[in-house]
Design a protein around this ligand. Structure first.
Ligand code: ME8
Length: 522
């Protein structure tokens, strides 16, 4: 945990922690890449970022998967947790901590939050009877279930099988927090984004909250309930607490807690909205801990519009996609193609379209064409511009407005809109380049035309510098290589204000975004 005194503002961002009950899929990769992009953006913008991700190892679901695999649950969870961690590295996820709920400090945090809720009088023992979905690790009332054609009962919302559960459990007085939760959604409208999710949750809470069963006695893979080890905590109590563990809880005086809590944003997928926007704030209110500032809910990814499922055989391994298209192409595709907060679909054609149009044509090709002319006509140094024309000024102003625009979009997690604005500017720059015809100016060769060519190339390189600094969070590797070619060492957002320097020596240009070519059929 970072502890150095730091004048930079703090920013704490988290992903959901995944169940290590199988290999990661593209939905997980999407969540990590998008969260990583926000973390990188904030770092470049001068924030002291703490970014946490990890695995959610307790509960019946992981225990059952381990049993099916015929290994101990400890070994099984550890093995799959490592698979997630390796995928993070392969996706260039710049997390500061990879938390496992089996980590020692997490035990202390889970016990502490339980004891605080208990001290508040919010935990009592009662008998639970109702339906439980192991796949969702969630309780359902009879009305929330339906009996399918084949006679099995499922949770209506998620279509997962439920089983009848009747046991003596500890309960959390969730009902007590109904009004305070509604007040929270009212007074802090951006606590839940996007607004559609907020509206759903408001309706859900207004319909009435029942107390929540928060312990289990029928299995033992979990955090023991303090003072009653016959019970383990309901997995969501310990899972949500991971966000506090990461900043040193229960030591609320620790430097990490003081600096990074409350979290700035929890990034999650839409199926776990209720846990994060109803249960989690209620637990924290009960425990007397400040609430996170925001929960941002992203959509689900579908394979050509179809739900990924093992039985349909369309589950895509994220690393196979990276192998096929390259990491930055996959990162870019996911963030550019899908409106963040809505569901999205991926397909080979859509990915190839983004690679060939957005990356190769509009960005890479412009970099190559302009840098080659600089190499040929200006001895590989950034040319000295003459006086700017109306067209030059308009384009530069447009590019200079991008940082503020991107900040505003990132502040509300509209990553796709930031990328759209950047690519519209690239589109304008391509138009400008075609209209100014620097190659014709070079061919004419008169001193006047060569001076004008210098200005056109200067303006183009300056726009490319700004764009390349701004796209680093999305495509760190490729943007970095383009900045190398532009001779840029200043790459933070603070450097945006310093224009590219005339006379700067540039290395020989090399293509960064090759077009995707279909492999020849064997
Ligand atoms: O829910 N598209 O873990 P998980 C996009 N352990 N996102 C998806 C997705 C898809 N097709 N499928 C899943 C859990 N996700 C809990 C979280 S947090 C305290 C505990 C997202 O492995 C999902 O919405 O089932 C969640 O945000 C994350 O992947 C992990 O899902």
């Amino acid at each position: 945990t970072p502890q150095t005194p730091n004048a930079a503002p703090a920013f704490y961002i988290t992903t959901a922690i995944a169940y290590p009950n199988g290999a990661p899929h593209i939905g997980h990769a999407y969540e990590y890449i998008s969260t990583d992009t926000i973390a990188r953006f904030k770092r470049l913008d001068g924030y002291d970022v703490y970014f946490m991700t990890g695995t959610d190892e307790h509960g019946q679901k992981v225990q059952q998967a381990a049993r099916a695999a015929g290994v101990s649950v400890e070994e099984y969870a550890a093995g799959n947790s490592d698979v997630f961690e390796r995928m993070d590295s392969a996706l260039d996820i710049s997390y500061d901590r990879f938390i496992r709920t089996t980590d020692e400090d997490h035990l202390a945090a889970s016990i502490a939050i339980w004891e605080r809720m208990q001290a508040e009088g919010d935990i009592y023992l009662d008998t639970y009877s109702g339906w439980y979905s192991v796949r969702d690790e969630a309780f359902y009332t009879e009305e929330e279930t339906t009996v399918g054609a084949d006679g099995t009962r499922v949770a209506t919302e998620t279509n997962t099988p439920v089983e009848w559960t009747e046991e003596s459990n500890y309960f959390f007085r969730l009902s007590k927090y109904q009004d305070r939760l509604l007040e929270l959604y009212e007074t802090t409208p951006d606590f839940i984004l996007p607004a559609t999710r907020r509206n759903e949750i408001i309706s859900y809470v207004k319909a009435g909250l029942k107390d929540l069963s928060i312990s289990r006695t029928t299995f033992d893979w979990g955090v023991p309930v303090p003072g009653d080890p016959a019970h383990v905590m309901y997995v969501w109590v310990d899972a949500l607490t991971n966000y506090l563990t990461g900043v040193g809880f229960p030591n609320t005086d620790s430097a990490a807690f003081q600096r990074f809590w409350p979290a700035d944003v929890h990034i999650i997928g839409k199926d776990i909205t209720r846990f994060h926007t109803v249960y989690w704030p209620a637990f924290l209110m009960s425990a007397g801990v400040e609430l996170p500032k925001r929960v941002f809910v992203h959509g689900f990814l579908f394979n050509k519009g179809e739900k990924m499922s093992k039985s349909v055989g369309n589950v895509v391994d994220p690393l196979a996609l990276v192998e096929q298209y390259g990491l930055d192409a996959v990162r870019f595709f996911l963030l550019r193609e899908i409106s963040y907060g809505q569901d999205g679909s991926y397909s080979h054609d859509a990915i190839v379209g983004r690679i060939n149009t957005d990356l190769a044509n509009e960005y890479g090709n412009l970099v190559q064409r302009s840098l080659k002319m600089v190499a040929r006509d200006f001895d590989s140094t950034v040319p000295t511009p003459g006086e700017f024309t109306e067209a030059d000024r308009a384009l530069l102003e447009r590019a200079n407005a991008l940082p503020e625009r991107c900040r505003a979009e990132f502040d509300v997690q509209q990553l796709h809109l930031a990328l759209e604005a950047i690519w519209l500017t690239l589109g304008e720059t391509n138009k400008y380049f075609s209209a100014q015809q620097p190659w014709a100016l070079a061919k004419s060769g008169t001193p006047e035309d060569v001076a004008r060519e210098a200005t056109v190339l200067y303006v183009t390189l300056e726009v490319l510098r700004i764009v390349s600094i701004l796209v680093q969070p999305v495509i760190p590797g490729s943007a970095g290589r383009i900045l190398d070619q532009l001779g840029q060492t200043g790459r933070t957002f603070a450097d945006l204000a310093t224009p590219i320097e005339a006379g700067l020596a540039l290395p020989a240009p090399e293509p960064v975004f090759p077009k995707y070519v279909e492999p020849k059929a064997k």
